[in-house]
Design a protein around this ligand. Structure first.
Ligand SMILES: *[C@@H]1O[C@H](CO)[C@@H](O)[C@H](O)[C@H]1NC(C)=O
Ligand SMILES: *[C@@H]1O[C@H](CO)[C@@H](O)[C@H](O)[C@H]1NC(C)=O
Ligand SMILES: *[C@@H]1O[C@H](CO)[C@@H](O)[C@H](O)[C@H]1NC(C)=O
Ligand SMILES: *[C@@H]1O[C@H](CO)[C@@H](O)[C@H](O)[C@H]1NC(C)=O
Ligand SMILES: *[C@@H]1O[C@H](CO)[C@@H](O)[C@H](O)[C@H]1NC(C)=O
Ligand SMILES: *[C@@H]1O[C@H](CO)[C@@H](O)[C@H](O)[C@H]1NC(C)=O
Ligand SMILES: *[C@@H]1O[C@H](CO)[C@@H](O)[C@H](O)[C@H]1NC(C)=O
Ligand SMILES: *[C@@H]1O[C@H](CO)[C@@H](O)[C@H](O)[C@H]1NC(C)=O
Ligand SMILES: *[C@@H]1O[C@H](CO)[C@@H](O)[C@H](O)[C@H]1NC(C)=O
Length: 874
């Protein structure tokens, strides 16, 4: 950077600036983006981020486990927690119980005898070695992790997709270096049916057990195969070996099987090695290659042998680093005038979006298939909003494989997965939120779907299965579809078997959005009847809107999403419920005592949660001015919840009220207040990269609308940012003209978008761009100003789309006109959404009719609408 700057100044002195433009290539060539990644962000303070070694979306994620109560990903960046082992499988950023952490290896430099080695987890746990500032003596970067243990063993880890490679450097004083292979202690200490075998000649350890999933009722089998090799010397033969039960290694025993291993019962193998030399000045380095499989230990061996045949640590690490750089480098930022911390925040966040879902292809124990198999969806409710729309921009090939895997699961299990971990279903949190993920893919890549081996019919069938078929266990997959179809909302007093009868209001909102996403796919496939049907269901959010309920102490904040009974009568949940202002301090997690209808966010937040129809929301909230006041109050009084995904869009919602400058300001304040490059730099769980992708979009100056072709637009934190899309072979660049840096606190600055040009032509809106720019590969030039009062522009379609204002219709020849007729029509009092007819009009003649209809329909619609809200008040 310095060199370019110097050159620029020389040129500036020497000649006209047009010369600079011609002779200096744009500084957009970050060739080693991995060097900007801090893998430790979010490893304290509840981020639960996995900082160990993995390839992008690798199955094996090898890392240091600790005895922290927050060891969801094994690790804790707080050095006060002890080190317990180096295990092969992890998730990242999850809440719920700690997951996986199977097959911990552990080096023992000194035991008085084989039999006295402290092999069980509790007895072998040691304090962390710390640096003078108190931080643990750990290092990590994409594809590599290292730590120095207080026992003076140095441990380094790297991985390929299904195999870990560990390098243990024992202190020179260690004359009998040994390594424990712990078969049983997963994160939950949940093993049953453990098996362990040691080959006395090679020292190969094979084993496996059955374990509990962390966020669901299921159990899974996992297997391992561990081989050893000396680095820099040949191990003539294993000097000592044996299996152990509890804290008792039995020398020269080779096998142990137990049908049931109860609590505290631990099993594994202990292997001893001859030192690399007979002098006490030479440390011994042992490589441990650890294959993992969900099928068998034989397959674990085969995986390891084919992926890392040579035990070459540096080659494996370099291959991983190269894969990361290739992936992260598809997004290039111009760093001129940008804090290094911002660049680090950007690439570290981008990095965390590619840890999970994990590619478990050929490791699905439930059926044989030639399709890819992905796992570690924890959970789609968290990730559908921002993670997959980000994949659309720069990683569509992997996205396509994930979609194929989801379709394959639907074809075998009946429903698209919602949560899935360790090959079994996890609890659902909201709707069937695989739907907007499949729809996101199809809306953006339907023309490439065939080439990416995705059948449109199979994808559509999978969506319809979610929307129409109620599974017997709708807590684990699908949705409460029968109830949804019958009532057009989820009543609070319908106790359907197969699921927990909670979170009815938030599920209603999710189901409505899920159906919106299906409608978008139906539209592309010319399935007109379905398009109409699912568009109608997308407006079912109206059925849980109680216009009478206001925020206590704020009569002007009127109208809330509220629980509703099957009779159509209302139940009541305090709009402050589950927020920091909740007088009852209630929680709204998955616990069965949460009976108030909302999940992980307050009614105040859910009352903004209709991404498909914000225009309608504005109308229901009394127009733009009162909508803006409500948004402000949400921030000023602490309702905005940066930890949970339903709030993610709220900072950008000012766009819909024609005040994009306020969105820019709010979103930048969120980054300034809640995201740093410290170990505690995340406001809460990273949620499998959901929060990482959210930060990437904010820093890129966008917010996506999943399953739609639009991206809300703000200004990037960089003078230039570009996305290379390898499937489309296009590069799209955003240039911030007049970029002056980023205000530290997110307030003010020359960061507001005044006008937009796309490939030199003025664009109709300052508030959104269309997917077409990424399809084509465009240059988007943003003219910046310090005037926060910018607007979306004067064009009729300058505001981002909403269903009720005719948005999202992609086909010029299909123009459905929704005749809003909200009159009550059922004795139970429920409201079928958007009753009345939906006309399908085709061709030029039809367009004339549409114009005529609009002239008549707008006042009629306004009148009908007012009547509706009166009649709804029962
Ligand atoms: C561990 O010790 C080695 C050598 O003693 C040193 O080079 C390294 O920086 C230390 N820390 C880590 C995390 O590897
Ligand atoms: C160490 O000494 C023993 C006994 O003399 C010998 O058998 C062995 O090969 C030596 N090992 C190494 C690594 O030099
Ligand atoms: C998959 O195929 C293999 C080899 O034919 C067979 O052994 C295995 O049982 C099959 N697995 C399942 C789950 O059907
Ligand atoms: C699609 O399937 C064909 C035939 O199996 C295969 O040759 C091709 O590589 C696949 N393409 C992708 C993108 O997976
Ligand atoms: C849908 O209809 C349009 C217009 O007739 C046509 O161009 C398009 O190919 C059709 N799409 C499908 C999937 O049939
Ligand atoms: C991708 O686009 C570049 C030009 O932007 C072109 O040179 C290259 O041949 C294209 N690659 C493929 C595979 O089409
Ligand atoms: C934006 O509008 C507000 C209210 O109308 C006004 O007080 C403020 O000065 C305006 N800001 C700028 C930069 O014009
Ligand atoms: C609204 O629906 C009712 C019942 O379905 C029907 O009788 C009425 O004519 C409709 N009104 C309009 C304006 O479409
Ligand atoms: C709403 O308020 C009006 C006027 O106070 C009242 O008549 C009506 O019953 C209320 N409706 C509900 C659903 O509480």
């Amino acid at each position: 950077m310095t060199r370019t700057f110097a050159l620029l100044s020389i040129l500036a002195v020497l000649g006209p600036c047009s010369l600079c433009a011609q002779t200096i290539p744009p500084k957009m060539t970050i060739t080693d983006p991995a060097s900007y990644v801090n893998v430790f962000i979010g490893t304290t303070g509840g981020g639960h981020v996995f900082p160990g070694a993995t390839v992008p979306h690798g199955m094996v994620k090898v890392g240091l486990d600790t005895d922290s109560p927050e060891n969801q990903a094994g690790y804790d960046g707080d050095a006060t927690y002890g080190a317990t082992g180096f295990s092969q499988l992890h998730d990242s950023g999850t809440g719920g119980g700690a997951s996986l952490s199977n097959f911990k290896l552990w080096p023992l430099p000194e035991c008085s005898s084989f039999e006295d080695c402290t092999v069980s987890m509790d007895s072998r746990t040691v304090p962390r070695k710390t640096r003078p500032n108190g931080s643990p003596d750990d290092f990590g970067s994409p594809g590599y992790f290292a730590t120095n243990l207080s026992t003076e063993v140095r441990v380094e880890l790297t991985a390929s997709r299904r195999t870990a490679l560990h390098r243990y450097t024992f202190p020179a004083s260690s004359r009998k270096p040994r390594i424990v292979v712990d078969i049983t202690r997963d994160a939950l200490n949940s093993n049953t049916e453990p098996v362990v075998n040691v080959d006395p000649r090679s020292g190969r350890v094979m084993g496996g057990a059955r374990f509990a999933a962390s966020f669901g009722p299921g159990r899974y089998n996992a297997y391992t195969c561990v081989d050893f090799k000396g680095e820099g010397y040949d191990i003539p033969s294993i000097s000592e070996y044996g299996v152990y039960l509890g804290d008792h290694p039995e020398k020269y025993s080779t096998t142990f099987t137990q049908l049931y291993s109860g609590f505290n019962s631990e099993m594994g193998a202990l292997i001893g090695f001859p030192p690399s030399s007979n002098t006490t000045h030479q440390p011994t380095t042992i490589l441990a290659r650890v294959g993992v499989s969900f099928i068998s230990s034989a397959q674990a061996c085969a995986n390891a042998e084919s992926e890392i045949p040579d035990f070459d640590f540096d080659r494996t690490w370099a291959a991983s680093r190269k894969a990361w750089n290739e992936l992260l480098g598809r997004v290039q930022v111009d760093t001129q005038g940008v804090d290094e911390d911002t660049v680090k925040l950007f690439y570290s966040s981008l990095y965390r979006t590619h840890i999970v879902p994990a590619d478990y292809t050929d490791e699905n124990p439930h059926w044989n298939s030639t399709e890819p198999y992905y796992d570690s969806f924890y959970c789609n409710w968290d990730t559908y909003r921002t993670l997959y729309p980000l994949f659309s921009l720069h990683d569509p090939a992997e996205f396509a494989r994930i979609v194929r895997g989801m379709i394959d699961i639907q074809q075998h299990e009946g429903w698209i997965p919602e949560g899935r971990g360790a090959t079994v279903p996890l609890y659902i949190q909201g709707g069937s939120d695989g739907d907007p993920i499949l729809a996101e893919f199809f809306v953006k890549f339907h023309e490439q779907a065939g080439a990416l081996n995705i059948s449109a019919d199979a994808l559509y069938d999978a969506l319809v299965a979610d929307a129409e078929k109620q599974p017997a266990d709708w807590d684990l997959r699908g949705r409460q579809a029968d109830t949804w179809k019958q009532y057009n909302y989820i009543p609070s007093d319908i106790h359907a078997p197969g699921g927990t009868n909670t979170k009815q209001v938030s599920r209603t909102l999710e189901y409505a959005f899920d159906d919106f996403s299906i409608a978008q796919v139906a539209n592309i496939l010319n399935k007109t009847d379905d398009f109409i049907k699912y568009s109608r269901r997308a407006s079912n959010f109206l059925n849980v809107w109680n216009a009478n309920v206001s925020l206590p102490g704020h009569p002007e904040i009127k109208g809330m999403m509220q629980p509703r009974l099957a009779s159509g009568k209302w139940s009541y949940t305090d709009p402050r419920h589950c927020s920091t202002n909740d007088p009852d301090h209630a929680t709204c997690y998955l616990d069965a005592i949460n009976k108030d209808g909302f999940y992980e966010s307050s009614p105040m937040v859910y009352s903004q949660y209709v991404p498909q129809d914000t225009a309608k929301l504005i109308e229901m909230q009394g127009g733009k001015e009162s909508f803006l006041k409500r948004l402000d109050l949400i921030f000023e009084e602490g309702y905005f919840d940066v930890n949970n995904e339903p709030s993610q869009q709220i900072p950008f919602m000012y766009h819909y009220a024609n005040r994009p400058g306020l969105s820019t300001q709010r979103s930048r304040e969120i980054i300034a207040q809640s995201y740093t490059t410290e170990v505690s730099g995340l406001p809460g769980n990273d949620d499998s990269g959901a929060m990482g992708s959210y930060a990437v979009f904010y820093l890129a100056g966008m917010y996506p609308l999943p399953a739609a072709r639009q991206f809300l637009l703000s200004s990037p934190y960089f003078p230039k940012i570009s996305f290379f899309n390898p499937v489309l072979n296009t590069t799209t660049t955003f240039k911030a003209n007049g970029f002056k840096g980023n205000p530290k606190d997110g307030k003010g600055g020359k960061v507001f978008v005044k006008s937009v040009r796309i490939d030199g032509t003025p664009w109709k809106s300052n508030c959104y761009v269309e997917w077409d720019i990424f399809l084509k590969g465009s240059t988007v030039e943003l003219e910046l100003t310090d005037d926060i009062n910018v607007t979306c522009g004067d064009a009729v379609d300058a505001l981002p789309p909403s269903l009720s204002t005719g948005g999202y219709d992609q086909s010029a020849t299909i123009a459905p006109i929704l005749n809003h007729n909200f009159s009550m029509h059922d004795h139970r009092g429920y409201v079928g959404s958007w009753q009345g007819d939906l006309y399908l009009l085709k061709g030029r003649a039809a367009i004339l009719c549409i114009c005529a209809l609009v002239v008549v329909a707008v006042p009629v619609y306004r009148y009908a609408n007012r009547r509706f809200y009166r009649t709804l008040d029962i």
